[in-house]
Design a protein around this ligand. Structure first.
Ligand SMILES: Cc1cc2nc3c(=O)[nH]c(=O)nc-3n(C[C@H](O)[C@H](O)[C@H](O)COP(=O)(O)OP(=O)(O)OC[C@H]3O[C@@H](n4cnc5c(N)ncnc54)[C@H](O)[C@@H]3O)c2cc1C
Length: 495
């Protein structure tokens, strides 16, 4: 058994006793069995970490007391909701306290007039979507393909991409204002809540972008306790299409043509290999892409206030697709051939439990490298990653490139993701092989100007490597200034 530094120094019982005095004995633990469940994400090929304590606070005041304790004792703190980023970024890398946020799941206010939800930071997709469906069925929140158990705020602060991101932008756009505890224990409010009693205002004014201190920082800058996120009217009419293209070059081009029209809610795609997994085929495949099989299949979704508006949008989407030489099929017709047809239908009713797909439909682990890149580069990067997977022998093993992309903000930004699937019987050598391939994919994506996100520290290092050194230095100095004892999620984000 590994003896942590605190245990070796004999401070264990003092820290634990203080945690118990803050959250109560039912909500703190240092039992090895309990800590095991927080030691890794049980999903990716990332190595396990090690926690010394877990605490589940119920209020901002309890979070503040825990952070003050950790700062005094110089004990690391890792905030966690579900650790489901597929990058293991909430795994405790240097021991200390895992702050399990899931008891902080209250909806504090739904403001229909100013269209925002003020919620505590541990609320999950299942909880907020269930709440909205029950109490405010005419309002819509941005939802991802993430599991129901994933955190809503956690997704937005990590630049998540949602079913409303095409219309508005990545997850950070949806944040109006937030409250957080800094690593030294002070409570801070940003966005409109910094200078007024209102929680409706988007970042920018009056905090000059200070809210950015908590976006994309992988929990290394403090602990968010509550935040206000944007709500939208649920338009009563909706249509979904599958847009098939013979090549990824054509598919990505038609995606952009549709996005530039400025009228759809969502455009996302899977390549042929991932589509097959979703249709129920198991990896390893016996053959690669077949003649006539679409290389890229995109999901195109739009909503409207009236049937007439829906039809007008439909006409524009149809024309853009035909002009680009791709094929549109109504979602219901396209998925009727899926062997897992029932499951695929739930995609229209997010959140959906996708864990079966993330493991390639047959157990084992999986991991992806994802990044933000100019949408015009998608096909070029796809072909480069294809070569990497070929070099690592995946095609020969019946595991062809698996990719997913999503366009955002009407085509101004977008993400691409490449998955590597393991097998239930993987040996440590196989897993090292998967990790090597993922590293090469990350390096290749960086070489094409992609910025990697929701990724383990070694990918953050790759981001720093190609970045403006003055900006990187400034970020590192900000981190030192706000977290002098380096307690917040150390070892993540290469800080
Ligand atoms: C099958 C599958 C599909 C997915 N599809 C999508 C998708 O379509 N779009 C998408 O965006 N994501 C997707 N994801 C990724 C994932 O679910 C998101 O990253 C997730 O929503 C983040 O929530 P979490 O609870 O897992 O966060 P965690 O991993 O627990 O936390 C994320 C990071 O935020 C930090 N953190 C957590 N809480 C706080 C806090 N209160 N204050 C400060 N820092 C904090 C953590 O330390 C960590 O670094 C998918 C995941 C899976 C498994």
């Amino acid at each position: 058994m590994v003896i942590s530094m605190e245990k070796a120094q004999g401070t264990t019982s003092r820290v634990y006793e203080q945690l118990v005095s803050i959250v109560g004995s039912r909500n703190a633990s240092m039992s090895e069995d309990v800590l095991f469940t927080y030691s890794e994400d049980f999903m990716t090929f990332e190595l396990p970490g090690k926690a010394d304590y877990v605490a589940m606070p119920k209020s901002a005041e309890e979070v503040q007391a825990i952070i003050r304790l950790a700062n005094r004792e110089k004990v690391p703190v890792t905030p966690m909701v579900a650790n489901s980023s597929i990058g293991s970024i909430a795994t405790p890398r240097e021991g200390g306290i895992v702050l399990d946020m899931r008891r902080m799941n209250r909806v504090i206010e739904i403001n229909e007039e100013d269209q925002y939800a003020l919620v505590e930071a541990g609320i999950t997709y299942a909880e907020i979507v269930g709440y909205m469906n029950k109490h405010h069925p005419d309002l819509r929140i941005p939802v991802t393909y993430a599991p129901c158990t994933s955190g809503w705020i956690a997704a937005c602060i990590m630049y998540g991409m949602t079913d409303l991101s095409m219309a508005y932008g990545d997850g950070s756009y949806f944040l109006n204002a937030l409250e957080a505890v800094l690593p030294t224990g002070e409570m801070i409010r940003t966005g409109s809540a910094m200078s007024s009693p209102h929680w409706n205002h988007h970042a920018g004014l009056p905090d000059n972008g200070l809210i950015g201190l908590f976006i994309g920082w992988n929990g290394t800058s403090g602990v968010i306790t509550k935040a206000s996120l944007k709500l939208f009217p649920k338009r009563p009419f909706r249509r979904d299409y599958i847009m098939d293209a013979d090549t990824v070059e054509r598919g990505f081009k038609v995606q952009r043509m549709i996005a530039h029209k400025g009228i759809v809610d969502d455009v996302a795609s899977n390549n042929w290999a991932w589509g097959r997994v979703e249709a129920g085929e198991k990896i390893p495949f016996s053959e690669g892409i077949k003649p006539g099989e679409a290389e890229l299949s995109s999901w195109v979704s739009f909503t409207a206030n009236t049937e007439k508006e829906l039809d007008a949008k439909d006409e524009i989407v149809q024309k853009a697709t035909a002009d680009g030489g791709a094929k549109l099929t109504r979602f219901e017709d396209a998925v009727s051939t899926y062997t897992k047809g029932d499951q695929i239908h739930y995609f229209k009713y997010l959140p959906v439990q996708l864990s079966n797909d993330i493991t390639g439909g047959r157990g084992g682990r999986a991991q992806w490298v994802g990044g933000y890149c100019p949408p015009s580069k998608n096909a070029e990067i796809y072909r480069a990653v294809e070569q990497v997977m070929e070099r690592h022998g995946y095609n020969k093993a019946g595991h062809w490139i698996q990719s997913y992309n999503r366009l955002m903000d009407h085509g101004h930004e977008g993400i691409v993701r490449y998955n590597v699937f393991g097998q239930p019987h993987d040996t440590p050598k196989d897993i090292e092989g998967h990790r090597a391939c993922l590293r090469d994919i990350g390096a290749t994506m960086r070489a094409h100007g992609t910025v990697l996100y929701k990724a383990p520290a070694y990918f953050s290092r790759l981001n720093w490597l190609g970045s403006d050194p003055v900006a990187v230095n400034l970020l590192k100095n900000i981190k030192k200034m706000i977290d002098p004892n380096r307690i917040m999620n150390p070892g993540n984000l290469d800080f």
